[in-house]
Design a protein around this ligand. Structure first.
Ligand code: M6R
Length: 366
């Protein structure tokens, strides 16, 4: 049942190229350059007239929501807020029938997310679900939505559901952005072409599994980890840190890299591994100086870089190569080595990666 893998988590990490293809199947036509999410078409007016989107979710799904915010704001020019479902439901939030609430949940059963959906509906908002488990509670009570179609996720640490959620959010933003006329045909076509290449690029990253496994051995001693990223990579840093915490029990924090000098850099010394997402995008120059600042404090830097990188390669202690893609699609690729890093560190420490202590796969009580 684990398909020859020692754990469900590793199996699910390796399934991601296929899962993303499943998620895009029937929704993207590469030849015609067309993305069609049927739920978006069915509720076009409601979505096009939204004055605001509010994304509600927990944990990893909340991290996918942060990426969704950037995608929707960039391609649709509609403001998006991202809230922890547990906070939203008790906050007496201001909602109107021009708001669209997007609930993201792998299981479709998370108690706080379900309660947030009920609250949003009672306030007259239109609710759109992005879920994996077909027929679960959230998709049953939402007004509309899209399944991510990545198949059952068994490992407690969410992996393929995250990349599936980000893929659906990308297709959602592209479909709506096109309808709204906020995205140029050239950009739309280019993103579609690149999105279709993502499964192959993930496969390329997966080939580094062995080297990530050996690199992981160095870090079993660590008590703390920092994960840094900017722009689209900031939520990926949060997600990398969450993966490490939940399965290896090492304390880890994700930060937007520029926030380091506002406090956290004080923590950096020779015993602090710092994972930096430093791909060559618009934020690259900024990230280089953040990396230099961290290195000056003797942090042990593990950098995610593109092949042609020469600058960070010289500063970082360890490097993991990431195939190039468009900045807005990078999370789908940069997440993969962080999942593997967390997995291998946990395995080296002898932890039960599929059933970490104190955690349940779906949190059906608050
Ligand atoms: O089923 P959901 O997506 O609603 O679950 C939300 C969180 O409980 C979940 O993502 C949790 O954070 C994972 N264990 C993270 O790996």
């Amino acid at each position: 049942e684990k398909g020859g893998f020692p754990h469900f988590m590793l199996k699910e990490i390796f399934e991601q190229p296929e899962c993303i293809n499943d998620c895009m199947r029937g929704r993207i036509n590469g030849t015609l350059h067309e993305v069609t999410l049927s739920a978006v078409n069915d509720h076009k007016e409601q979505l096009l007239n939204a004055q605001r989107f509010v994304i509600v979710a927990c944990g990893t799904s909340w991290h996918a929501g942060l990426i969704g915010k950037q995608l929707i704001e960039t391609f649709c020019r509609i403001p998006v807020e991202v809230e922890y479902a547990s906070e939203f439901r008790y906050r007496n939030p201001v909602l109107t029938n021009r708001d669209v609430v997007i609930a993201i949940s792998q299981s479709g059963e998370t108690a706080d997310t379900l309660a947030a959906v009920e609250l949003a509906k009672s306030q007259g908002a239109f609710v759109y679900g992005i879920c994996n488990a077909v027929g679960s509670s959230i998709p049953r009570i939402t007004d509309s939505g899209s399944y991510i179609h990545v198949g059952p996720e068994i490992g407690v640490a969410s992996t393929k559901a995250f990349t599936g959620q980000v893929t659906v959010l990308t297709m959602f933003a592209l479909t709506l952005g096109k309808e709204k006329g906020e995205i140029s045909t050239a950009d739309y076509n280019r993103i579609i072409d690149e999105l279709l290449q993502i499964p192959e690029k993930i496969t390329e990253v997966l080939k580094q599994n062995e080297s990530i496994a050996s690199l992981s051995r160095i870090f079993t001693y660590a008590h703390n980890f920092l994960y840094l990223g900017r722009g689209y990579s900031y939520p990926v840093a949060l997600e990398g840190a969450l993966k490490l915490k939940e399965i290896s029990y090492i304390h880890a924090e994700g930060y937007p890299a520029a926030e380091m000098k506002h406090g956290p850099i004080a923590l950096v010394d020779t015993e602090m591994p710092v994972v930096v997402i430093a791909t060559q995008n618009a934020m690259y120059e900024k990230i280089v100086s953040n990396v230099q600042e961290t290195k000056a404090r003797k942090g042990h830097i593990i950098a995610l870089i593109n092949k042609q990188d020469t600058v960070i390669r010289k500063i970082a202690d360890e490097c993991i190569e990431i195939p190039e893609t468009l900045e807005c699609l990078e999370p789908l690729v940069t997440t993969i080595p962080l999942q593997l890093l967390a997995y291998h560190i946990a395995v080296c420490k002898g932890k039960d990666v599929d059933q970490p202590r104190n955690l349940a796969k779906s949190v059906t009580v608050e």
